[in-house]
Design a binder for this molecule. Structure first.
Ligand SMILES: Nc1ncnc2c1ncn2[C@@H]1O[C@H](COP(=O)(O)OP(=O)(O)OP(=O)(O)O)[C@@H](O)[C@H]1O
Length: 231
């Protein structure tokens, strides 16, 4: 189990008091499985992702990644863990305009100044896995929105993370392309045995995922949720 959140509570300052964004949330994500997190705006989905990414420290509860309780780590150790174990796919691809698709991936492996061997081969293999081997030499403006999002996903997998966190990856895509991206994420999750969490508004695209949980007012509801958003 690469990702295990236990009894996580997160509050933010709110005027004179505190706003509870996550309220006693427990979530286990098995390796090789994709859990989708749905819920209305402001319910706590992004907060959940930020805690799982170790970008935000909860008030209470534990975040265990690859068997390591992150509460016991120094800042430096946390940064290393994030770099090596966690892949994050943001809503917008934020690709670098001057780099080709394959270079966007290569740069990930060289961020810490090392120049490990086999980086280009690994980048090409990942581009192939997302169906973009023939687009490797293109720059972002020469790619479609869906293709840019697939480069974004391949880039997040470059350092072979065990936890993959994905924030609203389909918001800029039409339904068909959005569904294709979710299908791709499900396939990659199984192939690369990542523990994947996907935050999304769109329940219509979740046929292929392993599990759907819903956040409401910071609390997690277990089980498959098929009902549409309430009022
Ligand atoms: N940095 C912050 N400071 C104070 N309150 C915050 C902060 N970030 C989020 N919140 C509040 O915490 C609650 C949960 O926010 P969060 O962003 O996790 O919701 P969400 O489900 O991701 O929403 P959306 O779908 O609109 O992105 C909201 O009430 C929000 O206003």
């Amino acid at each position: 189990m690469s990702l295990h959140l236990t009894a996580v509570t997160l509050t933010y300052p709110d005027g004179a008091g505190r706003l509870t964004a996550l309220d006693d949330v427990t979530l286990e994500v098995p390796d090789g499985s994709l859990t989708a997190v749905v819920g209305p705006s402001g319910s706590g989905k992004s907060s959940l992702l930020a805690v799982a990414a170790t970008l935000v420290t909860p008030d209470r509860g534990t975040v265990v990644i690859d068997g390591t309780n992150t509460a016991g780590l120094t800042r430096k150790e946390l940064t290393e863990l994030r770099c090596r174990r966690i892949g994050i796919v943001f809503q917008q691809p934020h690709l670098l305009a001057s780099l080709t698709a394959v270079e966007q991936l290569q740069v990930m492996a060289q961020l810490d100044g090392r120049r490990p061997r086999g980086v280009r081969g690994r980048a090409m293999e990942l581009l192939d896995a997302v169906g973009l081997a023939d687009r490797a030499a293109r720059r972002p403006h020469q790619l479609s929105g869906g293709e840019r999002q697939r480069v974004n996903i391949a880039r997040a997998l470059m350092n072979a993370p065990t936890v993959l966190l994905v924030d609203e990856p389909t918001s800029a895509l039409d339904h068909e392309r959005g569904s294709a991206v979710i299908e791709l994420l499900t396939r990659l999750t199984r192939q690369r045995t990542t523990a994947t969490v996907l935050v999304t508004h769109d329940r219509a695209q979740l046929d292929t995922v392993d599990r759907v949980v819903e956040v409401r007012d910071g609390r997690l509801r277990e089980g498959i949720v098929v009902a549409p958003d309430g009022p």
